[in-house]
Design a protein around this ligand. Structure first.
Ligand code: GTQ
Length: 359
């Protein structure tokens, strides 16, 4: 409380008080101190106030730039030939949301993206091409459009293309999350392509049929031993589910990819999802505290996010920031893939969502 003014403490003008405080802040600033009361309400906000904004990348448009990039640099030279999808509100940070990175990676027939490993977990959603591969931890996975493939933290991975067409996929990594924790480590392999220890498709056979090796226990890296989720199976579930009940009014028919051994997310830092929005559906407004990256696998949707509106068609990518209310209006049966940091927020008891249809 301000002490009452007396003859010895004359009333000071607001300007004088401000100047005195600023002088104090400047003085304590030299000793690496700052007044909380000047910024408390910016730090502890009533709801998320993300610098991340809604954004949409048309595949058609980006695909032309990808072709230019393939003329400019080889996958060998680039190590990973990727165009980063930079959120317009976070330019220069290689971020699509505050916590996540996304990019479009291209590998031409005959090219190799050499083996390395890093603390960052990566996921891929195959958008174009058929038959290129990713090898993870000594096992090769042949990739087709719509397949979801994981590269858990600290697993060696290299990519190659033995097919006769370019292959393009969406990369999602927890780069910003790992950077926020100052926990990034990386190393190259001595070999461009890692030695294979198991036949192609082994993990799907061992872990992808509702079974597991009898003595299996979860691995210390907390990642699913299944690292390829073929789209044919995802699609069968999504479309087949329609016979069993009505879609969720906000989410349609939405499934999450799981580690089949634990029921948790395929990797501890990123959740991945696939949803079918039936033709003609307009979803009710939905918001959640995990900024989410979407890619369209099938159909066409009009997306309304706060005051932003755009139409997304197959292979387009778009991002919905944390707590941004959004709706989808569906023209053709639409299948959306998405990923977010939801498992992190859930593990830390931070995740919130609002499915009431009211925002
Ligand atoms: O494929 O290993 O988009 O290490 C960014 C960093 C892809 C990869 C990216 C990476 C990779």
């Amino acid at each position: 409380m301000t002490p009452p003014a007396t003859a010895s403490t004359p009333t000071r003008s607001p300007e004088a008080i401000r100047a005195e405080r600023e002088a104090f802040y400047a003085r304590i600033g030299q000793d690496n101190l700052a007044p909380l009361w000047e910024q408390l309400h910016n730090l502890v906000t009533k709801t998320p106030t993300s610098a991340c904004v809604p954004a949409h990348w048309s595949y058609n448009q980006v695909r032309a730039y990808i072709t230019e990039a393939t003329d400019l640099i080889t996958a060998q030279e680039a190590e990973r030939r990727v165009l980063i999808l930079e959120n317009p509100g976070l330019r220069g940070k290689a971020a699509i949301t505050t916590s996540l990175y996304a990019g479009l990676q291209c590998i031409l027939p005959g090219e190799v993206a050499r083996a390395h490993r890093h603390s960052q977990s990566a996921l891929r959603l195959i958008l174009e091409g058929d038959g290129a591969y990713t090898s993870v931890n000594g096992e090769k996975t042949i990739m087709r459009r719509g397949d979801f493939v994981t590269t858990p933290s600290w697993t060696f991975h290299d990519h190659g293309n033995d097919s006769d067409k370019p292959m393009v996929w969406l990369d999602g990594l927890d780069v910003q999350l790992v950077a926020a924790l100052d926990a990034s480590f990386a190393e190259s392999s001595n070999d461009d392509q890692q030695a294979l220890q198991r036949p192609v498709g082994d993990s799907v056979l061992r872990y992808g049929n509702g079974m597991a090796p009898v003595d299996w226990t979860p691995a210390p890296n907390k990642a699913s031993p299944l690292f390829c989720y073929p789209y044919a199976r995802t699609r069968e579930s999504l479309f087949g589910m329609q016979a069993g009940g009505q879609p969720d009014p906000c989410l349609g028919y939405k499934l999450r990819y799981i580690d089949p051994l634990t029921g948790g997310a395929p990797m501890p830092t990123m959740g991945a999802y696939a949803q079918l929005l039936p033709r003609g559906m307009t979803t009710l407004p939905y918001q959640c505290s995990s900024g989410t990256v979407f890619a369209v696998l099938e159909g066409e949707v009009d997306v309304q996010v706060n005051d932003t509106r755009f139409t997304a068609v197959p292979n387009d990518v778009f991002v919905i920031p944390s707590w941004a209310a959004h709706t989808f209006s569906v023209r053709d049966d639409a299948v959306l893939f998405s990923f977010s940091d939801r498992p992190v927020q859930e593990a830390l008891a931070l995740y919130r969502e609002n499915r009431s249809g009211r925002v």
